[in-house]
Design a protein around this ligand. Structure first.
Ligand code: DQA
Length: 150
């Protein structure tokens, strides 16, 4: 399915850098996209990025990835915890899916302990701050390499 990795960022992630820096760090979303892009390039992969505060935009982007993108890396923001239409869209996507979070939701408020995305993700990276974007792309590259060997 090619070499494109679709990087999706959910609600409020456009505010990174100034949004609760004690929780999410001081790097901006552009910084994280730049990290993902350069790590991907080292593996011969290309990153396409979309941030939206609207669930439907993210659902549309997942639909657009079907048969076109090798992987989706997604930080769904708060949609992680209740975005069932995003869950269903990802369930209908057959590439690699890596869920990424800057913070570790499991160590935070109880309502953050459930992810509706995790059951339709290949795996999850959480709690490593901005380094999570590097780890997520490395995970995609490793997974795609394994699939190529099959
Ligand atoms: C987040 C964690 C979510 O619980 C929260 O709603 C976010 C960011 C993270 O990256 O740590 O918006 O996905």
């Amino acid at each position: 399915m090619g070499t494109i990795v679709l990087l999706l960022s959910g609600p409020n992630l456009n505010l990174l850098g100034t949004r609760e820096p004690e929780v999410y760090g001081s790097a901006t979303l552009d910084d994280h996209v730049a990290t993902a892009t350069s790590v991907a390039a080292a593996h011969g992969l290309t990153v396409e990025h979309l941030q939206s505060n609207h669930e439907g935009d993210l659902v549309d982007a997942v639909h657009g990835a079907r048969g076109r993108c090798a992987a989706i890396v997604i930080n769904p923001g708060a949609l992680t915890h209740y975005g069932w239409s995003l869950h269903d869209a990802l369930a209908a996507y057959d590439g690699v899916v890596v869920e990424v979070h800057l913070s570790n939701p499991m160590t935070r408020e109880p309502w953050r302990h459930t992810s509706v995305v995790a059951p339709v993700a290949t795996g999850t990276v959480a709690g490593f701050g901005g380094d999570g974007y590097r780890l997520a792309i490395e995970a995609v590259a490793a997974r795609l390499a394994v699939e190529d060997l099959r």
